[in-house]
Every structure is written in structure tokens, then in C-alpha cells.
Design a protein around this ligand. Structure first.
Ligand code: ATP
Ligand code: MG
Length: 564
């Protein structure tokens, strides 16, 4: 069914919702949730889920989306992660209003629901450990066998479960199991664990509990408690859906949400697993969760990505039921598109080569007009300063340039962006190393602003900064984190660190940037002309400028898109 109300392209989940609304299912309510487990920082895959869940709610007034922390595993969870997740979802531009929830707030309710299961003969306390239970579980081909504890009486189960809660047993001594069907072809339906004993201090409930509910039980019940109508999750939960429905069917609940699965985002040359990303951080392979090479939201933010670029990317990849690997070039294309509209242009020389303009008077300064953003005239103009000595990019000069090299070479003329035509008259070399240390050039005073009155054409325009005016800066260039497109997809995914790109970070300094960046603060974004988009790093300060390259200007996605 086409979605006529919104501008966003439709997808199968929006179609399901439209069909539900057409028959007034849930009395016309649409209520989603984003349920992260606070055991790591959010990554770009989570952004897909956030944009989907919060995006559906945002489409029309009256729809809601909750933020719920799925904090039922005290061992791996931490308040640092909660804070980062809250920051990241807000930063992406979404809001849960007063609906910030924690599964741990439902521990008492969840316990009571488990008691309800026992009372109706739908759950039992089992003495078999995970290990001991394995032979009972069967395989994909063979049915399982009933646990010897399966026929325990309701009263005995109630008593044992109560004692589990009271801390009378050791960790792992007992579990509560759902009593479903050990012969079910779906192994998740073979008497799955509902509660386990785990003495661990929870970041919110402290030591109040020594038993914790399992995900499959806690999740559907939490959804139901919150009145969720559409419980959207990734494909790997498809096989858990019968269990999701089974729990809610057994319990006396008013709200039975519909679980809908979609394909998770996988991005090339990186990985979408909090557990693995935590390993990268913990083992020091990267410089923290917000390392600009990380596929985390905080890493992308530090790298210079904008919320609009990420939302746009999530819209473009669409929502389907088929797993695939998305080309990182699409993400880069989205950020370029956004930064092109928004960012101030400046000139910065990353690998400086000094140029002396022999016929320009010493001590004189020429103030030239530069456009801040050709895409947005309202951003106005600024001054750039020209003087006798300037820096240009080392690779904009070749001693023996081929024909098609339209930049500088001996005797060749180029245009300085916003400035003059210059002609190279000499290249000075270090007598020991043979390296070119300085160029001698002349300028044509008639070409101020970049054109010649005699109609003389030059093909190349290069960027530059005045030696006397330039600021020093450190520039960090980033490349893909892995050399393999699917680092966890190899035969031995545990060896993924062998596939890390040793050149994922290149630090350049001192680079020379235009003085207009003097007061740049962390998060400020610029286009360095001819090079790419750069973002002021968190560690930067006015006397010690640090820029991260968000993305280079060259857009490989446009080429891919054109080919297709
Ligand atoms: P990870 O495997 O990285 O730890 P997770 O699924 O365990 O991810 P959760 O905190 O449970 O992480 O995820 C919260 C929500 O985000 C879930 O609904 C989950 O399905 C969704 N999600 C996680 N990874 C992706 C992804 N790569 N693409 C789309 N949605 C995702
Ligand atoms: Mg999970």
C-alpha cells in the first residue's frame, strides 16, 4: 500500500503500519521503541534502527517512540554506555520526550509474570546447568528430550523460584524454563531459559536481585508493558518470534505487539558488532570509542559527520528483508552532499612547499576577496592575504611535468585561487638530498582576482597560503579501518585484527592553514579547497589546531551510481 502521507519513500514496514491503520488495529495507535542494550557505544547500524523507529513516529502527530534500555545483563552493562546512547540519539535529532525507560524498572513486574507462568503450568525450575541440558536440547535435525525436572509440581516450582530470588542457591544451580515443546523444530522453543541466577551488581538495581530474566522473556514483556504496537528488530530475531508470541499468549496481557524483522546494516571495511568494537577499544587498536575511524556514532561525529548526512544515508539504504553489504562510498557521498551545502571554504596546505614571488615587493600585503561557499551566497566573503612568500602543496609542482599536468613546473604558469597568475622560474634544491626546498616564481600584477586582461588562459588553479599569515595545524587523514571488505566474514573471524589497515591514520604536521580558522572550535567544519571536508578535533585549541579529514572531495559513489 503506498504511503501517501509522507514524503519518505515507502518500505515494507511502513506498508504494514498503513495496512494496520486501515483496519484500525490497535485503535489507530502507532508506538515503536528503540531498545539498545547499554553494553557499548552505538554504531551506524543502530542509526538505521533509530531512524526507522523514531522516523516512523515522527511521520505523523500522535505516534510515539520510546527509548528503552534493555539492561537485563548486569555483567556487561555500564552507565557510561547509557550516557553515550542518550547523547547519540539526541544528536541524531530524535526525542523520546518523557518516555525514557529501563527494562530493569520492570524487574518486579517481570518476576510476577514469571510466577504467573509457573502458576499456569507453563514454566518449571530446572536443575540442569547449560552444559547438562545440552544433550536434552537435540539438534536442528533431531528433537530434544524432556528435562527430568519438567514434571515438578507447581507448588514446588513456586517455592524453588522464590528461593532462587531469595539468594538461597549458587549461580547456575537452577534456572527457570518455559515449558513449551522439546520436539519443536525451532530449537528456541525447546524449553528456553526464562530466569537465571547471576550474582552481579546491576548498574541501576545494585544487589537487589540475584536472578535476571533472559532477553526473549524480558523483551516481549517490556514491549507489552509500554503498549508498543510494532516491535521492530533485526532479522536474526525472526526465529525468536514464535517465542515472543508464545510468552505474550500465555500471560494475561492487554497489549500484544507485532514483531517485525528487517535486515541489519552491514558496511564494508568495518564491522557492526558492539562486542568486537569493544575489543578494539579495550585492546588499544583504536583511540577510544570515538576514534574517528570507528563506525560508532561518536566516532563519526568526531570525524565530522553530520546528523543530516547519517539520517539521509539511512533513508537511502532503505529497509528490506535481505542481508547485504552496503558500500561505504554511499555514506561518504551523503556527508559530502551535506557538507557541500554547509561548510565554509578555506585554503590549507597539507604538505607545504615554500614559494618566493621574486617581483612582489617585500613587506607588502594584498588583501583579496574569497567566497565562503559558492553553494550558499548568504555565507558571504572573507579576505585572504597574499604576500611575497607563500606555501603551495608540494605535489602541485613537478620538475618534469607530463603534458596533462596542469599545475606548476619549470616555466609553467598557474592561477593562485582568488589571487594572481604565477610562473615558475627556478626550483631550489637541497644540495645534499636533492629535495626541492623552494620555488622561485614571478607574478603578473595584471591578473589580480584570477583572470588576465589579455585573455591569456591558464588551465590550472592551485591553493596556497601566505607564509606570514598561515597558522600551523595538525591534520589527521583517515582511511578504512580494515583492508578486508568483511573483516568478520573470513574463515576465522577471531583473527580480524590481522586485517586492520596499518595506514588507517596518517598524521601531517605542521600543515599551513588560512588565518580565518584561528578561532575554530571542536566540531567546526570546513572544506579545504581541492582536498576535502575537515572537522576540528576535540583535542584542538586555538594555539594548537587539529583537523580531522571527514572525507576527501573525490566522490567514488557518483561514479558507481553513474555506472549502474
Ligand atoms: P551488536 O551486535 O552490535 O551488539 P545488538 O543487536 O546487540 O548489536 P542492541 O543494543 O541490542 O545491539 O541493538 C539495539 C537495536 O538496534 C536492536 O533493535 C537491534 O536490532 C538494532 N541493531 C543493532 N545492530 C544493527 C544493525 N547493524 N543494523 C540495524 N539495526 C541494528
Ligand atoms: Mg542485542
Amino acid at each position: 500500500m503506498p504511503n501517501t502521507e509522507s514524503q519518505a519513500p515507502t518500505n515494507f514496514i511502513r506498508d504494514i503500519i498503513a495496512a494496520d491503520l486501515a483496519v484500525n488495529k490497535n485503535n489507530g495507535r502507532v508506538h515503536t521503541r528503540f531498545p539498545p542494550e547499554p553494553n557499548g557505544y552505538l554504531h551506524i547500524g543502530h542509526a538505521k534502527s533509530i531512524c526507522l523507529n523514531f522516523g516512523i513516529a515522527k511521520e505523523e502527530a500522535g505516534r510515539l517512540c520510546n527509548l528503552r534500555f534493555d539492561d537485563t545483563n548486569p555483567v556487561t552493562e555500564d552507565t557510561e554506555y547509557i550516557e553515550s546512547i542518550i547523547e547519540d540519539v539526541h544528536w541524531l535529532g530524535f526525542d523520546w520526550e518523557d518516555r525514557l525507560y529501563y527494562a530493569s524498572d520492570y524487574f518486579e513486574k517481570l518476576y510476577n509474570y514469571a510466577v504467573q507462568l509457573i502458576e499456569s503450568g507453563k514454566a518449571y525450575v530446572c536443575d540442569l546447568s547449560e552444559e547438562e541440558f545440552r544433550p536434552y536440547r537435540g539438534t536442528l535435525k533431531e528433537p530434544g528430550k524432556d528435562s527430568p525436572c519438567r514434571d515438578r509440581s507447581i507448588s514446588e516450582n513456586l517455592e524453588l523460584f522464590q528461593k532462587m530470588r531469595a539468594g538461597e542457591f549458587d549461580d547456575g544451580a537452577y534456572v527457570l524454563r518455559a515449558k513449551i515443546n522439546m520436539a519443536d523444530p525451532n530449537v528456541h522453543m525447546r524449553d528456553p531459559v526464562v530466569y537465571r541466577i547471576r550474582r552481579a551488581t546491576h548498574h541501576r538495581t545494585g544487589d537487589a536481585w540475584c536472578i535476571y530474566p533472559m532477553y526473549d522473556f524480558a523483551h516481549c514483556v517490556s514491549d507489552s508493558i509500554e503498549g508498543i504496537t510494532h516491535s521492530i528488530c533485526t532479522l536474526e530475531f525472526e526465529i525468536h518470534r514464535p517465542l515472543y508470541d508464545w510468552f505474550l499468549d500465555q500471560l494475561n496481557v492487554e497489549c500484544h505487539p507485532q514483531q517485525i524483522e528487517f535486515a541489519r546494516l552491514n558496511l564494508g571495511y568495518t564491522m557492526m558488532s558492539k562486542r568486537r568494537l569493544l575489543e578494539l577499544v579495550a585492546e588499544g587498536h583504536v583511540d577510544g570509542w570515538d576514534d574517528p575511524r570507528m563506525p560508532t556514532i561518536s566516532g563519526l561525529r568526531r570525524r565530522g559527520y553530520t546528523p543530516a548526512a547519517i539520517r539521509n544515508f539511512c533513508e537511502r539504504i532503505g529497509v528490506t528483508k535481505f542481508n547485504s553489504l552496503t558500500d561505504i562510498a554511499l555514506l561518504e557521498h551523503c556527508v559530502r552532499e551535506d557538507l557541500n551545502k554547509k561548510s565554509q571554504r578555506v585554503m590549507a596546505v597539507l604538505d607545504p612547499l615554500r614559494v618566493v614571488i621574486e617581483n612582489y615587493p617585500e613587506g607588502e600585503v594584498d588583501e583579496l576577496d574569497a567566497i565562503n561557499n559558492p553553494e550558499d551566497p548568504e555565507m558571504g566573503t572573507r579576505s585572504v592575504f597574499f604576500s611575497r612568500e607563500i606555501y603551495i602543496e608540494r605535489d602541485d609542482f613537478l620538475e618534469d611535468p607530463p603534458k596533462k599536468f596542469f599545475r606548476l613546473g619549470p616555466g609553467r604558469e598557474v592561477r593562485l585561487r582568488y589571487g594572481y597568475y604565477i610562473t615558475c622560474v627556478d626550483a631550489i634544491k637541497d644540495p645534499d638530498t636533492g629535495e626541492i626546498v623552494e620555488l622561485r616564481c614571478t607574478y603578473d600584477p595584471e591578473t589580480r582576482g584570477g583572470s588576465s586582461p589579455d585573455g591569456r588562459k591558464v588551465k590550472g588553479t592551485i591553493h596556497w597560503v601566505s607564509v606570514a599569515h598561515a597558522l600551523n595545524a595538525e591534520v589527521r587523514l583517515y582511511d578504512r579501518l580494515f583492508t578486508d571488505e568483511n573483516p568478520l566474514g573470513s574463515e576465522n573471524p577471531d583473527n580480524y585484527t590481522d586485517l586492520m589497515n596499518p595506514e588507517s591514520l596518517t598524521v601531517l604536521k605542521p600543515c599551513k592553514v588560512e588565518p580565518s580558522t584561528r578561532d575554530a572550535v571542536p566540531g567546526d567544519k570546513y572544506q579545504f579547497e581541492r582536498q576535502g571536508y575537515f572537522c576540528v578535533d576535540n583535542d584542538s585549541s586555538p594555539g594548537n589546531l587539529i583537523f580531522n579529514r571527514t572525507v576527501a572531495l573525490r566522490d567514488s559513489w557518483s561514479k558507481i551510481a553513474k555506472k549502474q
